[in-house]
Design a protein around this ligand. Structure first.
Ligand code: NOJ
Length: 562
C-alpha cells in the first residue's frame, strides 16, 4: 500500500474566477483584472487558499478566451500585464496562490503559429497543427467537433483540412511535434518564472491523437467501432511526464488536468505521485448522471441520488491510496449547483449548504465556482438572443430545425454554460453591482435577493456556511486525510458517509430532498463521544445521535470518538 504524502494543495480550497463575469472596474461591461484585485479582500474573508483564473490571455473570444492568440499577453478587455503582475503580488501578499489556465490542446486560428502554418505546406510551423488531405473531395473523416459541425475545416490556400475538436477557430496542436512541445514548455516557464502557483490544464487528456488519427481507416471500413480515441491517447502519459520533467518538477506548484471520459483506473495513472504526471484531474462522470446515456448533455433525465452516491463513492474508494480527487459541483461549463442538485426556490439556502457539506467533507481538494458561495442560480432568459455561449448557440441552430422551441429552450435553461456565466451578483443596485456599463451578458434578475452584500450581513447565509467549512478544513486533519466510507448505501434520500483517522470519525449526514426523513445510525458504528461540528439547521441541544429526524435538505457533521 502506498502512502499519500502531505502537500499544500491537498489542504487547500480553490476558488475559480471566470474573469469576464467577476467584476468590471472600467465600466465597459466586461469583468477585468483590476476588478478582481478590488475583490481580493472578499476572497480573503471567505478564506480560500488558491484562485484558479480562467484564461486572461489575448484572444479573439470565439470561445471566451479558450481560443488563445498569444499565450504571453493579456487580453485588452481584461487589462495589462502590469495589472496581472499586481494581481499576483496582491494575492501572494494575502497568502493566496494563483493557478492559471493552460489551454494547449489547441490555439486560436489567430495565433501567429497558425497564421504561419497555413501559409504553405513547408512552413516550419505547418506541423504544429494537424493537417490532412480530403478523401475524394470530401472531409478526411466524419468526426464531429464538440461544438457541433465537422471537426475538419478546409484551408483553401494549401488545399488541406486542419483538425479542430472544438470551434473552427480553435485548431488542434500537434503534440507529436517535439518543437511544438518545447514552445509550450517555454511558455509555461514564462508564467512559472513570474511566480504562479500552478496550472489547470484544459482538456489535457486530448493531446495525444496518433491512434485517433490512424484509427480512421479501420473505423471507416467497419473493422472497429468508433471509440473515444480522441481521449486518453497512448502517448498522453509520455507527454505529461516529459512536461513534468522539463518544466513542472522545477517548481512547487499544483496541477489539475481537465479530463473528460476518464475512468478511475486512468485517473490513477494520471495522478499517481510516483508517475509525475498531474496532481489531480477533473473527472466528469457525476456531471453525466442527469443525461440520457449515449446521448448529448442536452438530452435530460432526472438524477437519481443512488447513482450519484454510487459514483462519487467509487471515485473516493478508487483513489483512496493512489492519486487524489478534485471535488466540484460546478464550473464555467456547468449549470449552477443549487439549481441542478438542490432546490433553487423554497430551499435554496438549505440545499446549497447541504451540497457544500457533501462536497467539502469528502476526501480531495474542493473547488468553489464564483457565486456558488452565495447560492447563485441558473438563469432563464426568454429569448435565445440573450445567450452568448458558442456551444449553446450552435446547439440551438441545429435543434431548432427539428424540435419544438419550447423543448430546446428548456434544455438551455437547464444545461447552458451561460447559467454559470451571468455576472457575479455583488449587491442589489443596478446590474447587481457588477458594472456601471452595459454587461456583456445580462444579469440574473434574482440579484436583488441573492447577492454578496446581503450574504455578508447575514450570519446565517450560504457564504458564512462556506466560510465555516473552509475553516474546519484548516482545523481538522481528518477532513483532509480521513478514510471515506459510504453508509446507508441503498437509502434513496440520505447521502451519509464517514471519514476515519485513528480513533476519530466524522459522521456526515445529508438529506438530499425536501421530505423529512428519519436517520438511524448503523449498528456497526460504536460511538464513545460525539459533538456536532457543523449543521445547516439549529440542532436541539443534547439531541442523541443514534436516531434523529432530518428536515428538508438538512446536513449535519458530527465528530465522534470511536
Ligand atoms: C474546456 C473548457 O472548460 C471550455 O470552456 C472550453 O470551451 C473547452 N475546453 C475548449 O477549450
Amino acid at each position: 500500500m502506498k502512502n499519500q504524502t502531505n502537500q499544500w494543495w491537498k489542504e487547500s480550497v480553490v476558488y475559480q474566477i471566470y474573469p469576464r463575469s467577476f467584476y468590471d472596474s472600467n465600466k465597459d461591461g466586461i469583468g477585468d483584472i483590476k476588478g478582481i484585485i478590488s475583490k481580493l479582500d472578499y476572497l480573503s474573508e471567505l478564506g480560500v487558499d488558491v484562485v484558479w483564473l480562467s484564461p486572461v490571455y489575448e484572444s479573439p473570444n470565439d470561445d471566451n478566451g479558450y481560443d488563445i492568440s498569444h499565450y504571453e499577453r493579456i487580453m485588452d478587455d481584461f487589462g495589462t500585464m502590469d495589472d496581472w503582475d499586481q494581481l499576483l503580488n496582491d494575492m501572494h501578499e494575502r497568502g493566496m496562490k494563483l493557478v492559471m489556465d493552460l489551454v494547449v490542446n489547441h490555439t486560436s486560428d489567430e495565433h501567429a503559429w497558425f497564421a504561419e502554418a497555413r501559409k504553405s505546406k513547408d512552413n516550419p510551423y505547418r506541423d504544429y497543427y494537424i493537417w490532412r488531405p480530403g478523401e475524394e473531395g470530401s472531409k478526411p473523416t466524419d468526426w464531429e467537433a464538440s461544438f457541433g459541425g465537422s471537426a475538419w475545416d478546409y484551408d483553401e490556400k494549401t488545399e488541406e483540412y486542419y483538425l479542430h475538436m472544438f470551434s473552427k477557430k480553435q485548431p488542434d496542436l500537434n503534440w507529436e511535434n517535439p518543437e511544438m512541445r518545447s514552445s509550450i514548455y517555454d511558455m509555461m516557464k514564462f508564467w512559472l518564472d513570474k511566480g504562479i502557483d500552478g496550472f489547470r490544464m484544459d482538456v489535457i487528456n486530448m493531446i495525444s491523437k496518433k491512434e485517433f488519427l490512424s484509427s480512421y481507416q479501420d473505423y471507416h471500413n467497419g473493422s472497429i467501432e468508433k471509440k473515444n480515441y480522441e481521449f486518453n491517447g497512448a502517448r498522453v502519459h509520455d507527454f505529461l511526464q516529459e512536461m513534468n520533467q522539463e518544466v513542472l518538477s522545477h517548481y512547487d506548484v499544483m496541477t489539475v488536468g481537465e479530463c473528460p471520459r476518464v475512468s478511475p483506473d486512468l485517473a490513477r495513472l494520471y495522478t499517481d505521485e510516483a508517475r509525475n504526471e498531474l496532481n489531480m484531474v477533473f473527472q466528469f462522470e457525476h456531471m453525466g448522471l442527469d443525461k440520457i446515456k449515449g446521448k448529448s448533455k442536452w438530452d435530460l433525465k432526472p438524477l437519481r441520488l443512488l447513482d450519484l452516491k454510487q459514483n462519487l463513492t467509487k471515485w473516493q474508494k478508487e483513489l483512496e491510496q493512489i492519486g487524489w480527487n478534485s471535488l466540484y459541483w460546478n464550473n464555467h461549463d456547468q449549470p449552477r449547483a443549487v439549481s441542478r442538485f438542490g432546490d433553487d426556490t423554497t430551499y435554496r439556502r438549505e440545499s446549497a449548504k447541504m451540497l457544500a457539506t457533501v462536497l467539502h467533507m469528502m476526501k480531495g481538494t474542493p473547488y468553489i465556482y464564483q457565486g456558488e458561495e452565495i447560492g447563485m442560480t441558473n438563469v432563464h432568459f426568454d429569448s435565445i438572443d440573450s445567450y452568448k455561449d458558442i456551444e449553446t448557440l450552435n446547439m440551438y441552430k441545429e435543434r431548432i430545425l427539428g424540435q419544438d422551441e419550447k423543448d430546446v429552450m428548456h434544455a438551455i435553461h437547464v444545461k447552458s454554460r451561460d447559467n454559470a456565466r451571468t455576472p457575479m451578483q455583488w449587491d442589489a443596485t443596478h446590474n447587481a453591482g457588477f458594472t456601471e456599463g452595459t454587461p456583456w451578458i445580462e444579469v440574473n434578475p434574482n440579484f436583488t435577493d441573492i447577492n454578496v452584500e446581503q450574504a455578508l450581513l447575514d450570519q446565517d447565509s450560504i457564504f458564512h456556511y462556506y466560510k465555516k467549512l473552509i475553516e474546519l478544513r484548516k482545523q481538522h486533519e481528518i477532513i483532509v486525510h480521513g478514510k471515506y466510507d459510504l453508509i446507508l448505501e441503498d437509502h434513496p434520500a440520505i447521502f451519509a458517509y464517514t471519514r476515519t483517522l485513528g480513533n476519530e470519525m466524522l459522521l456526515v449526514v445529508n438529506n438530499f430532498y425536501s421530505d423529512n426523513v428519519p436517520f438511524i445510525l448503523p449498528d456497526t458504528i460504536h460511538v464513545d463521544n460525539y459533538e456536532l461540528m457543523i449543521s445547516n439547521y439549529e440542532v436541539p441541544c443534547g439531541e442523541q445521535i443514534k436516531e434523529f429526524n432530518l428536515r428538508s435538505y438538512e446536513s449535519r457533521v458530527y465528530k465522534l470518538t470511536i
